[in-house]
Design a protein around this ligand. Structure first.
Ligand code: IMP
Length: 183
């Protein structure tokens, strides 16, 4: 699905499939350089990171492994609380591994703060973050992100793995959801 299929549901298209592809190729080249010979483990957080994990990993020329976590945030409505429950843990032992967490979006950063503390306690050789999107004006936690796709305005966006009520994850572009869809 692309934005032309749902024009009435988006108030603005922010990044197209082509924009995302171009940016991911640049980030992939950086990851190739930084992790040469290190066989990094890419850790994706379900479900949102599925698209970026699939696309970023395929830009790489180095060996890498992938694993997945599923977490649920005990939030109030649409607000993240930072209190997180692990629904599916990794199958891989992180001891001595170079771990790169691959995230769809950092909003408040509270979920990722919890996750990073949890992963750091498993003694990886290194632990870094790649996030496709970030909302700098929404962030409530200081997070050191090594690779960032695009910064977004502080509005609710959908597409490229990001959903609203389970919809729009398969939208190839990323856009601001029109208020009439959720009000
Ligand atoms: P945080 O703890 O506030 O950083 O929440 C991060 C999670 O909230 C992301 O992994 C997404 O699942 C979800 N999220 C935050 N902002 C958006 C958005 O604009 N659209 C869709 N999902 C979002």
């Amino acid at each position: 699905m692309d934005s032309a299929d749902i024009t009435a549901d988006l108030s603005e298209v922010l990044y197209t499939k082509a924009d995302i592809e171009t940016r991911l190729a640049e980030i992939g080249a950086q990851v190739d350089r930084d992790y040469a010979g290190k066989n990094p483990l890419l850790v994706g957080v379900l479900n949102g990171a599925v698209m970026v994990m699939a696309d970023l990993s395929r830009t790489l020329h180095i060996d890498c492994a992938m694993d997945w976590m599923a977490i649920s945030s005990y939030g109030m409505g649409t607000q993240s609380s930072g209190v997180v429950r692990i629904l599916k843990d990794l199958s891989t032992d992180l001891e001595g591994r170079h771990v790169l967490v691959v995230e769809d979006i950092i909003d408040t950063g509270l979920t990722l703060t919890y996750l990073m503390q949890n992963l750091a306690s498993r003694n990886p050789a290194s632990l870094e973050i790649m996030a496709m999107f970030r909302k700098p004006d929404a962030m409530k936690a200081e997070i050191d992100v090594k690779y960032i796709g695009f910064d977004l305005p502080n509005q609710f966006v959908v597409g490229y793995g990001l959903d609203y009520a389970g919809r729009y994850r398969n939208l190839t572009d990323v856009g601001i959801l029109a208020p009439h869809v959720y009000s």
